[in-house]
Ligand binder design. Structure first.
Ligand SMILES: *Cc1c(COP(=O)(O)O)cnc(C)c1O
Length: 357
């Protein structure tokens, strides 16, 4: 099924909220742009693709998303360069991953053309919502949920696909202390950990709350079976630098295939930084901390690009990471954001131009 821009109807808001927004003090993900893209799956097909003012939607209490958590989402960003041109970063990867997640949750896939045309049309309508302040961007949240009704535990017969946007300031969280998880798991073999399914995140909140009570900001997830292998950092992939080698865990049933993660691997390899994609034992981390070869740890994801870790806790002990002048985290963040904002060459073909200026 092909979707064209002409098939998307546009209803613009009569009262833009743009003048109320302080673009110099944007929080992350809690101010929403004027419009959203929405379409519905009914009678076996996606239909009624439209751009409408952002606002409440109406659902029956028996909508299956409320009972069985049948929902998947994506996270991506739009960037504006100094000339006012809008760019996306590897957007087809998000379209494909949304469908991979959807398939796992028995949600009908969204044609890639519908995803891309809906997104591009929305970004053209809300172009003025893409911030130009340094480090700012428009965070984009595409998601699909079961709007079809029924209390029986089976897939719904109707779904809603929405793309909503939130202008966001430079994501600066500072360094975080993490706790290596010894009890809870984020994902299991054969489960839905590789999908961006809403329920995965709900399940993380309580263990993360416990880690916070113990004085950490985030959890490092370990494998569900033995808790001996490092898997992810909160809702980010994880990188560990031992000596001058950058390590990350292989993707699996349990580990999300992050676009930032794979971009970092490609970039590091192109720039002569040694990388190893392999299982990482917690014991290896402890040894490297003891013999001084553990140099850096950081999370990797769209929101922050890289999120440096200052130290970790394990079995009641705390381990501090050194302060580095020439960290891979800072270097990689600069290289990737320079490509995203069109400040540097893009030898990998990652940038994707949207509309005119
Ligand atoms: C979204 C996400 C990531 C990062 O993926 P990106 O494509 O780099 O944003 C990593 N881990 C989990 C669990 C995620 O949900």
């Amino acid at each position: 099924m092909e979707f064209t821009t002409q098939a998307i109807t546009i209803t613009k808001t009569k009262a833009s909220r743009l003048p109320e927004v302080d673009f110099d003090n944007l929080p992350f993900g809690s101010v929403f742009a004027d419009h959203m893209f929405i379409c519905e799956y009914r009678d076996g097909a996606w239909q009624d693709a439209r751009i409408v003012p952002y606002g409440p939607i109406s659902l029956e209490p028996s909508a299956k998303v409320f009972h069985y958590g049948q929902e998947v989402f994506e996270g991506m960003k739009a960037y504006k360069d100094a000339q006012g041109q809008t760019w996306l970063f590897r957007p087809l990867e998000n379209a494909r991953r949304l469908n991979k997640s959807a398939a796992r949750l028995a949600i009908p896939e969204v044609p890639e053309t519908l995803f891309m045309e809906g997104l591009k049309t929305l970004l053209e309508v809300d172009s003025d919502w893409i911030p130009t302040q340094a480090g700012s961007s428009l965070y984009i949240r595409p998601f699909i949920f079961a709007s079809g009704t029924g209390f029986h535990a089976s897939p719904a017969d109707a779904y809603t696909f929405i793309i909503a946007c939130a202008p966001s300031g430079a994501y600066f969280s500072g360094k975080v202390d993490v706790r290596i998880e010894e009890t809870y798991s984020r994902a299991a073999n054969g489960g839905v950990g590789y999908a961006k399914a809403g329920g995965n995140y709900a399940g993380q909140f309580y263990p993360t709350h416990l880690a916070k009570e113990a004085g950490f900001q985030q959890v490092v997830w370990t494998d569900d079976n033995t808790h001996e292998f490092i898997e992810e950092a909160g809702a980010m992939n994880i990188f560990i630098r031992i000596g001058d080698t950058l390590l990350t865990s292989p993707t699996s049933d349990r580990i999300l295939d992050g676009i930032t993660r794979k971009s970092i691997l490609t970039l590091a390899e192109a720039e002569g930084i040694a990388t190893e994609v392999r299982k990482i034992r917690v014991s290896e981390l402890l040894e490297a901390a003891a013999n001084g070869t553990l140099k850096e740890m950081f999370g990797a994801g769209t929101a922050a690009v890289v999120s440096p870790i200052s130290g970790f806790g394990y079995q009641g002990k705390r381990y501090a990471l050194p302060e580095l002048e020439d960290s891979y985290a800072a270097y990689i963040k600069k290289r990737i954001t320079d490509i995203q904002y069109n400040r540097a060459e893009d030898p990998f073909g990652w940038r994707y131009a949207v509309g005119g200026k």
